[in-house]
Every structure is written in structure tokens, then in C-alpha cells.
Design a protein. Structure first.
Length: 246
């Protein structure tokens, strides 16, 4: 907020991506009550921004506004502990999705190249625990998981081949940039990471900024992911992760 103690509803909308109309609605229902300036206009401070972040995170996990309000207004609610839990959940979601993409790649390779492959590889990421009653009761099906499933079930063989070609093209562009000495925080590097994020949005699920950063952490810190990415160019996983977090 650039060291300002208060911002207007328009500024909050620009910062968060939430529409002014939605902010007004959250105010009206008591979910995010704005302060009133002497002029009568709504204004927000840092505390409001942190609460709005929680609202958006809980929405991404599929909670209703009513349930979100009950959670955030609970006297026992610990924002820091909750953020840590949410980070862990997002990291697990990112890992599962990345494993599923790898499994899909293996299936595409089998269908297009008639190669003999390890059949277990085509089931990576499809964790049966996702369907356990206990897990469903605790977390439910997340919006990104539902979106991914809804998209994939309609894909044809041609769709899968196009997906694979586009993904490989992005990684080849990234490998070329790394070999050319391109810095992760350069405009060209950002163009590549934005292209990859749009690729995920297009073919799998809508990525949040935090979710994309969690995926970048896996690229860099999980040897399985780093190994696959570094096939395009040694050190590419670390370079791409740095570009995402620039």
C-alpha cells in the first residue's frame, strides 16, 4: 500500500483484483466491513487487506461466504497458523497437478510413439487418498481440481497432442533463454513464465499467484520435477522458479 495507512475502495479493487461491486457486497453482509472516512467514503487499511486475502484463499478452497465469515470471526482463529496450513495445502495441490501432467505426458508418449513404458508412470499424481471419505469431509473437492477434471474429460487425442507440443515449446524457449544468459527477472523471462501460466490456465485449471509460486518451489526443490525439467537444459528448473518468483 506504499506506506499509506488507508486506501480507497477503488485502490483495494485494483490491488486485489476484486471488483468494487464485490467489495461493496462484502461490506454490506459484514464479511469485510470498511471504515468510513470523514467524507463518508469507504476506506481500507492493512488489516482489511489481510482479511480479504483470507477471504479469497478460503473461496479458492470452495468455502461459502457464510462459512468463511464463521471461520474468520471465530475468536480462536489464528491467521498465521491458518496461512501455514493453506500454504501446505497449495503446495500439495501443485505437486499433485504437476504429477498428473507428467502422467498425462507418459500416456501421450505411449499413444503417439507406440513405446513400451512403465505402466505405473501413467497413474502418478492420481492419489486414491483424494477420494477417501475422511479427506473429502475435511477438505472437499477444491475448485482447481474440479476445473481440471471438467476440462480433461472432454479432451481428444488431438487436444492432448497439442497440449504436449505447446508445453514442450515453452520449455524449449526457456532453455534457449537460459543458454543465452537471460536473467530470471528480465522482461523476456517474465514473458516465458506468463506463457506457461496461461498454458496451465488454458489446459488444466486457473492458477493463483500463490499457487503458481508453490509450483515453482516444487520445480526447484523436488528432485523429481527438477530432473524432468532439466532434461531441456541443466539448471532450467532453478532458473524458471526464480523467474516466477522475481
Amino acid at each position: 500500500m506504499k506506506n499509506r495507512s488507508e486506501i480507497t475502495v477503488k485502490e483495494m479493487a485494483l490491488l486485489s483484483g476484486v471488483t468494487i461491486r464485490t467489495l461493496h457486497h462484502y461490506d454490506d453482509i459484514g464479511l469485510l466491513k470498511a471504515h468510513r472516512a470523514a467524507s463518508g467514503y469507504r476506506v481500507y487499511n492493512e488489516k482489511h487487506a489481510l482479511r480479504l486475502q483470507q477471504i479469497l484463499l478460503h473461496k479458492s478452497f470452495g468455502l461459502s461466504l457464510e462459512d468463511i465469515a464463521k471461520t474468520l470471526d471465530d475468536p480462536q482463529f489464528d491467521n498465521l497458523a491458518n496461512l501455514k496450513r493453506q500454504k501446505k495445502t497449495l503446495e500439495q495441490q501443485a505437486e499433485n497437478m504437476h504429477l498428473m501432467i507428467g502422467a498425462i505426458d507418459a500416456a501421450i508418449e505411449k499413444l503417439t510413439c507406440s513405446k513400451t513404458i512403465d505402466l505405473s508412470s501413467i497413474f502418478e499424481g492420481f492419489d486414491p487418498a483424494l477420494y477417501d471419505d475422511e479427506v473429502e469431509q475435511r477438505w472437499g473437492e477444491t475448485s482447481c481440481y474440479k476445473e481440471c477434471q471438467d476440462k480433461m474429460k472432454n479432451y481428444t487425442d488431438e487436444d492432448w497432442e497439442q497440449l504436449k507440443q505447446q508445453e514442450n515449446a515453452i520449455w524449449r524457449d526457456a532453455a534457449h533463454a537460459l543458454r543465452a544468459g537471460t536473467k530470471p527477472d528480465s522482461a523476456s523471462a517474465q514473458e516465458i513464465t506468463n506463457k506457461y501460466r496461461k498454458h496451465i490456465d488454458r489446459w488444466f485449471y486457473t492458477t493463483s499467484t500463490s499457487g503458481f509460486a508453490a509450483l515453482a518451489d516444487l520445480w526447484e526443490n523436488d528432485p523429481r520435477f527438477a530432473k524432468n525439467i532439466d532434461k531441456f537444459e541443466p539448471g532450467l528448473a532453478k532458473w524458471m522458479a526464480a523467474a516466477v518468483r522475481r
